[in-house]
Design a binder for this molecule. Structure first.
Ligand SMILES: C[S@@+](CC[C@H](N)C(=O)[O-])C[C@H]1O[C@@H](n2cnc3c(N)ncnc32)[C@H](O)[C@@H]1O
Length: 192
C-alpha cells in the first residue's frame, strides 16, 4: 500500500487513476442535490451500524490483474474476496465523481439517484474512485452474480451505492461479480 495525500492506495491501484474514499463533486451538481445526497433518513435495514457493515477500510477485497486468457476481462483487473464474506454482508461502497451531466462513454458510471424533475445523478469512477470500480459483470464468468449494487443511507444520512453479498457466503479468493444490467450491455453492443 502507498500513502498519497493522506489517503492510502490499495495494492495494485493503477498509477494513472486517483484513489478516493469519499465523493468528489462535479460542477454540474447543484447545492440542493448535494444536500439531497448528504442529508436523509438512514436506511433501517442497511445502515452503516449494521453488524455486517464493512467500514471504509475495504478490507474484504483485493484488486487483481486477470491473467487467465479464458476470462472475458483478460488482461484487465477484477475485484476478489480477500477473506470469507458472509451472505448479505456489506462489502464496500462505489465511490467516484458525483455528476449531473451525461457520461455516455464512461464504462465506470453508475446511477445513484433519479430526482423528481427527471434529473439523473451518477457516480463516475473513470478517473477517480475506489476499489469498487474494478468489479466485473458475471456474464461469461459465472452463472449468476455473487454480489449486487443496492443504495442505502449511512448513519450520518449520506446516500451511498453499496455493494452487498448475495444470499450465499463468498469464499476467500472468489471473484466478486455483479450484474451491470441488460441495458448496460445493450448500450455497448449498439455502440459497436
Ligand atoms: C467497471 S469496469 C470493470 C473493471 C475492469 N475490468 C478494469 O480492469 O478496469 C467495466 C469494464 O470491465 C470489462 N468487463 C467487466 N465485466 C465483463 C464481462 N463479464 N465480460 C467482458 N468484459 C467485462 C469491460 O471492459 C467493461 O467495460
Amino acid at each position: 500500500m502507498k500513502a498519497h495525500k493522506n489517503v492510502v492506495e490499495p495494492s495494485h491501484w493503477p498509477k494513472y487513476l486517483r484513489y478516493t474514499q469519499s465523493y468528489i463533486y462535479h460542477s454540474s451538481v447543484s447545492l440542493e442535490v448535494k444536500k439531497t445526497i448528504n442529508e436523509g433518513p438512514k436506511s433501517p435495514q442497511r445502515s452503516s451500524s449494521s453488524q455486517n457493515h464493512n467500514s471504509q477500510k475495504n478490507n474484504h477485497v483485493v484488486i487483481r490483474h486477470i491473467t487467465e486468457p479464458s476470462h472475458p476481462a483478460y488482461n484487465q483487473f477484477g475485484l476478489f474476496a480477500s477473506k470469507k464474506i458472509p451472505a448479505k454482508a456489506h462489502i464496500l461502497d462505489y465511490i467516484g465523481e458525483i455528476h449531473a451531466d451525461e457520461r455516455l462513454t464512461s464504462d465506470y458510471d453508475l446511477s445513484l439517484l433519479r430526482l423528481k424533475n427527471g434529473e439523473s445523478i451518477g457516480i463516475d469512477a473513470s478517473t477517480t474512485g475506489n476499489e469498487a470500480r474494478f468489479i466485473n459483470d458475471y456474464r461469461g464468468i459465472k452463472l449468476k452474480p455473487n454480489a449486487a449494487f443496492i443504495d442505502y443511507r449511512t448513519d450520518s444520512g449520506e446516500l451511498k451505492m453499496g455493494i452487498w453479498a448475495a444470499n450465499e457466503d463468498i469464499k476467500k479468493g472468489d471473484e466478486l461479480l455483479v450484474s451491470y444490467g441488460k441495458a448496460w450491455w445493450k448500450a455497448r453492443t449498439e455502440l459497436q
